[in-house]
Ligand binder design. Structure first.
Ligand code: PEP
Ligand code: MN
Length: 303
């Protein structure tokens, strides 16, 4: 259930002030816009608030591979302060010859790791056909970058009634992304989280994508929806997770989605951008002072 919070110095308050002096035109993403909904949306997922003062950590492997991998990751993520366990069971792979995910068996492993730790589950739904089964296991349904403009999928996912994390299409403008959020909202789902995961630019030698950090403050001004950042897919490099996470927090992100694997070098998918559970713990410790400086807390350990 989405609720609202007011922060007096937030873009919401500015939007209100501005709207008094200059009559603003309603953008086409009217439900997502701050103009009609000036206060931040805070999404409560079984007691975990997304979009509030605390920066939420979502962590886990790119793909669910085994019970041991999931339990090790989930326990590590939990002790690092994560509240959401990620892991793909249905994987959108560029090549049809790459590992496609464990399907329903993967969802069962997510459920097992969630039951062992109390972490919420986020996992991707790639097609309408998979929605009934994925919707049974996911606390948050993830729409991947490649599916952001799959409008019939958005409509079906909206109707499922669960919180949705909408990744930015790697070729999408901010407006197109907000219009995809609008599809979800126009079909009755106001529990939408936006996730910046990098866009495709010309340099693919040093980074996998280009993390569009300016999207974060732009979105905070344009929309009331929570905004999180995925530095893993944005960079493709584990050594860039710390600096880009710091930058994301400084830019105003409400959460981080980070790929974590107990042995990244043997991961079936995205090992180069994955960190270990121990490294996640160190990352969170390194981010704490910055979060405090930004008047935020980070993770479940934070007071
Ligand atoms: C993922 O998070 O599992 C994923 C496939 O990322 P993206 O859709 O951003 O490429
Ligand atoms: Mn991945």
């Amino acid at each position: 259930m989405a609720t609202v919070l007011a922060h007096s110095d937030s873009p919401a308050a500015n939007a209100q002030t501005n709207s008094k002096s200059t009559p603003a035109t309603l953008p086409p993403y009217r439900l997502a816009s701050r103009l009609l909904h000036p206060h931040d949306t805070v999404i409560d997922v079984k007691g975990t608030e997304i979009g509030g003062r605390s920066i939420v950590l979502m962590a886990g492997p790119c793909a669910v591979e085994s019970e041991e991998q999931m339990l090790l990751t989930a326990r590590g993520a939990k002790s690092a302060g994560a509240s959401v366990l990620r892991g793909g069971a249905f994987k959108p792979r560029t090549s049809p010859y790459d590992f496609q995910g464990l399907g329903e068996d993967g969802l069962k492993l997510l459920a097992k790791a969630s039951a062992a730790t109390g972490l919420l589950v986020i996992t991707e739904v790639m097609s309408e056909q998979d929605l009934p089964i994925v919707g049974e296991y996911a606390d948050i349904l993830q729409i991947g970058s490649r599916s952001m403009s799959h409008f019939r999928l958005l409509e079906a996912v909206a109707a499922r009634g669960k919180p949705v994390l909408l990744k930015r299409g790697f070729q999408a403008t901010i407006k197109e992304w907000l219009l995809s959020a609008e599809y979800l909202m126009a079909h009755g789902n106001d529990q939408v989280i936006l996730c910046e995961r990098g866009i495709r630019t010309f340099d693919t030698e040093h980074t996998r994508n280009t993390l569009d950090l300016s999207a974060v403050p732009v979105l905070k001004r344009e929309t009331h929806l929570p905004v999180i950042v995925d530095p893993s897919h944005a960079t493709g490099r584990r050594d860039l997770i710390l600096p880009m996470s710091m930058a994301a927090i400084a830019a105003g992100a409400d959460g981080l989605l980070i790929e974590v694997h107990p042995s990244p070098d043997s991961a079936l998918c995205d090992g180069k951008q994955s960190i270990t559970p121990e490294e996640l713990e160190q990352l969170v410790a390194a981010l704490q002072p910055l979060a405090s400086a930004c008047q935020r807390t980070i993770g479940t350990m934070a007071a």
